[in-house]
Design a protein around this ligand. Structure first.
Ligand code: TTP
Ligand code: CA
Ligand code: CA
Length: 366
């Protein structure tokens, strides 16, 4: 049975999150920027929406240059808020994880997944499942993404790349070769600029060329492991599995309120299961944590967060509860709309052993 591997990647992620929060941005160029603070405009573009990309703006471009390219186009210039995108990302990953056999996040806005078992290797069923994953992200977060399906990670990744934006590309096993052959070797997952130029010097331009290259030659040039990968990936036969259960960096839970409110006590009451959930997660994975965050999604779908970090790792559910209440108290004073959904997140995870020794240490010091 052929494997069914997928790759999902959110479209113009940071900028799209900003559009969801502020729909008036839609249809006009927007850039999300990291300001370095040296001068007013020093820094780089983190990402740009597709309207801005039309004018040649892209990730990594100096803000000054991006503004020049967008002169007279009334662009929105937005300060990057990484924490905000992390919250959205964590929710999406959690949602997707429940829909697939295995999910392997490989960045803030993308993940490989395996659905071989749940679809019994049937690519028609796989297509439907991919459509429902896309619909779920659209319904819950109002975000579009691109998805590729194929028999290996390299095929799935090329699929999602060519599905951009908002598309779905299904490469059935029989079509693998004809799909891959015309693509540039530099597009292959794992091929950076250095490898691409080495391949180019060997006369290998396309993935089709790469698939015909002598595997021994490739191994000689790039080493056994990477050479072997290149040779296999060019045929869509890279065997790497989708590895789920990566070391978590945070645990979070978001619930939809029974009615919109910004009353901290009411929020805490309805969030109490969520607090138990994150504490249970920390407990079962033997983790302590240092940071607690309150997450509020307002009726206009904008996301507000407030967090508090502690000097030493903690483990105590009562402390999560008390801190969350304080944070929601502070958060509710800064908002002009009610919360629709609320959440709690613990991060700064460490093995609880460290925490045990710390608490023993502090007991000893008393
Ligand atoms: P990408 O997935 O590379 O790009 P994207 O989601 O903005 O656009 P696309 O539709 O082409 O997928 O990166 C994900 C996010 O990571 C992006 O929204 C912002 C951030 N990022 C940076 O901050 N700097 C960078 O140089 C890149 C490439 C991305
Ligand atoms: Ca993306
Ligand atoms: Ca990405």
């Amino acid at each position: 049975m052929p494997r069914v591997i997928g790759h999902v990647d959110l479209d113009y992620f940071f900028a799209q999150v900003e559009e969801v929060e502020n729909p008036s941005l839609k249809g006009k160029p927007a850039i999300v920027c990291v300001f370095s603070g040296r001068t007013e405009d020093s820094g780089v573009v983190s990402t740009a929406n597709y309207e801005a990309r039309k004018f040649g703006v892209h990730s990594g471009m100096p803000i000054v240059l991006a503004k020049k390219k967008l002169e007279g186009k009334d662009p929105a210039v937005i300060r990057m808020e990484h924490e905000k995108y992390e919250v959205v990302s964590a929710r999406i990953m959690e949602d997707l994880e429940g829909m697939v056999d295995a999910l392997e996040p490989t960045g803030i806005d993308e993940a490989f997944f395996d659905i071989t078992t749940s679809t019994a290797g049937d690519y028609e069923r796989a297509r439907k499942l991919a459509v429902s994953m896309k619909e779920s992200i659209l319904k819950n977060e109002h975000l579009t993404c691109s998805v590729g399906l194929g028999r290996s990670k390299a095929v799935a990744k090329l699929g999602s790349d060519s599905a951009k934006p908002a598309g779905l590309v299904v490469v059935v096993p029989d079509a693998t070769e004809s799909f891959l052959a015309p693509l540039q070797a530099s597009q292959l997952y794992g091929v950076g600029p250095k490898t691409a130029s080495a391949l180019d010097q060997m006369g290998i331009k396309t993935i089709g060329d790469l698939s015909k290259a002598d595997p021994t030659d490739l191994e000689g040039h790039f080493g056994r492991k990477f050479g072997g990968y290149l040779s296999a990936a060019a045929k869509g036969l890279d065997p790497e599995p989708v590895v789920s259960g990566l070391e978590p960096s945070q645990f979070s839970r978001i619930v939809t309120l029974k009615r919109d409110t910004r009353n901290p006590q009411e929020v805490l009451e309805q969030l109490s299961e969520g607090i138990e959930y994150v504490h249970g997660k920390a407990k079962s994975s033997a983790k302590s944590f240092r940071t607690i965050a309150a997450i509020g999604i307002l009726t206009d779908l904008s996301t507000k967060t407030k967090s508090r970090s502690f000097e030493t790792p903690i483990y105590d559910p009562a402390l999560i509860r008390d801190t969350t209440l304080v944070l929601f108290d502070e958060l509710s004073k800064t908002v002009t709309k009610d919360f629709r959904r609320v959440g709690v997140r613990i991060s700064g995870l460490a093995d609880a052993e460290d925490q045990t020794s710390l608490s023993q240490f502090s007991r000893g010091a008393e």
